[in-house]
Write a protein that binds this ligand. Structure first.
Ligand SMILES: [Zn+2]
Length: 69
C-alpha cells in the first residue's frame, strides 16, 4: 500500500500541475506530504480522517393525498 496518494486536481483552482512539496529545512513551516500547485501557488496536504456510513436522508413529506378541507 502506498504511503502517499497523488491528487489529480488542485482543490482550490482545479488545475492539474501539482508537484510534491517539501518545505525548506530552515523554514518554520512543517508540511509532510504536501503538494504545490504551480498555477495558484498554494501548498496543501490531503488527510485521511476515517470512514463513515452514508447518512440516511428522510424523504420530504408528501403533499399528495387527502388533506384537510
Ligand atoms: Zn491551484
Amino acid at each position: 500500500m502506498s504511503a502517499r496518494v497523488v491528487p489529480y486536481y488542485c482543490p482550490y483552482c482545479g488545475e492539474e500541475d501539482l508537484r510534491p512539496y517539501e518545505a525548506d529545512p530552515d523554514s518554520d513551516v512543517e508540511i509532510r506530504g504536501g503538494w504545490h500547485c504551480a498555477d495558484c501557488t498554494r501548498v496543501f496536504a490531503v488527510k485521511y480522517h476515517g470512514m463513515a456510513a452514508a447518512q440516511i436522508i428522510a424523504p420530504p413529506p408528501s403533499t399528495a393525498g387527502p388533506g384537510p378541507e
